[in-house]
Design a protein around this ligand. Sequence first.
Ligand code: FUB
Length: 449
Amino acid sequence: MNTPRSFFLMLLLPLCIFTKAQNPVIRNQFTADPTARVFQSKVYLFPSHDIQAPEGKNLRKDWFCMADYHVFSSDNLTDWTDHGVIVSQNGVQWVDSTSYSMWAPDCVERNGKYYFYFPANTKRVDANGRRGFGIGVAIADRPEGPYAALPEPIANVRGIDPCVMIDKDGQAYLYWSQGNIYAAKLKENMTELASEPVILKNLPEKGLKEGPFVFERAGKYYLTFPHVENKIERLEYAMGDNPLGPFKMAGVIMDEAPNGCWTNHHSLVNFKNQWYLFYHQNDLSPRFDKNRSVRADSLFFNADGTIRKVEPTLRGVGLTAASDEIQLDRYSKISDRGVEVNFLDTTSNFKGWKTRFSVRDAWVQYNSVDFGSRSLKSLLVKTTSETGGVLQLRLNRVDGPLLAEIQIPAGKEWKTTKVTVRNLQPGVHHLFAVSKTDAPFEVDWISFQ
Ligand code: FUB
């Protein structure tokens, strides 16, 4: 009897972890340096994987610590699947497996093969006795792996943050950074340089530059990169007519992180005719910015090809199904006073956040909730309040149609209250949650049934 393919897929499923998310998009671990690529009608996310430095390894506690890479995928930018570890420092012959230095990666597809590029400290010391960064390649038949790493890093490349761009004529280019931003042609095999590396010129001279991400759109080449213009990194870009330049500085894609996360690192991707910026901040680790988290926000081009600056949001991208647990703490907008967001459990930030309302008429706006075509009749709200309180839910405006009024029960525990909803309309709508008391209360999530 032939074993059906679905049986093998079922065997694989337990290895995958499924999460739903706004920003940050990955909630089961720290992630940074995201490269998002579209393969087979899905977005695949190749970030680096921050961890806390393990004890007893003689590692700096205040520095990046990265031992392996996971890959994630989504077909709607809301539901993400973690496909598990694809490359680890213990499984690559040339990598110093005590270095925990698996920094920002990239992945591209060519002729049905997936080429995963990653930097790490080499075992071998250079002429100056230093273990610098090499850039390696691991190859797979599917974006989620399994990947087989080549035994040597790419010859003639020293540096970090690889990015590969395959041009319209089929020529592939490798970009990387080491103080400057470098570029070289790749051979057809995608694993060797086909030209001597060149330094890309006309970029800012002062302040660290790293993390190049290059793409082509409407005949223009965009060299985008994090740069320290002031005190910490912001995302900037230059434009040119050729993959190797010359490039001309064109502006800022994203300002410095408001919470001071020192690094930023990004990629741009077009998915279903909308451009997105993937980047990172340190939402799940506000006190230690070497434990970062990937975010995504929509990005738009001006008619002349320049990029509109992206404002980082908590709401992020993708629709939220009305029947999901809608996390108001990932809001689109918030009133000036009377609302704040805190961790649910300060001993375990991965459990997420809650929204605290403390003033009458304080509100939270949560965009793009998909009510589909079903007639949803009730609403569940998970709250806690020592005094009790009143929360109204309104559609599309802070004074829009009233969907429900929830009498929040008093008590020290979290409670889920069910109320009837009215005025619901099919389709995608913005929600407003408005406090109607001065008594403080906290909301974990709301969900329509
Ligand atoms: O993640 C380690 C390093 O931090 C990356 O390689 C840089 O781009 C910066 O994000």
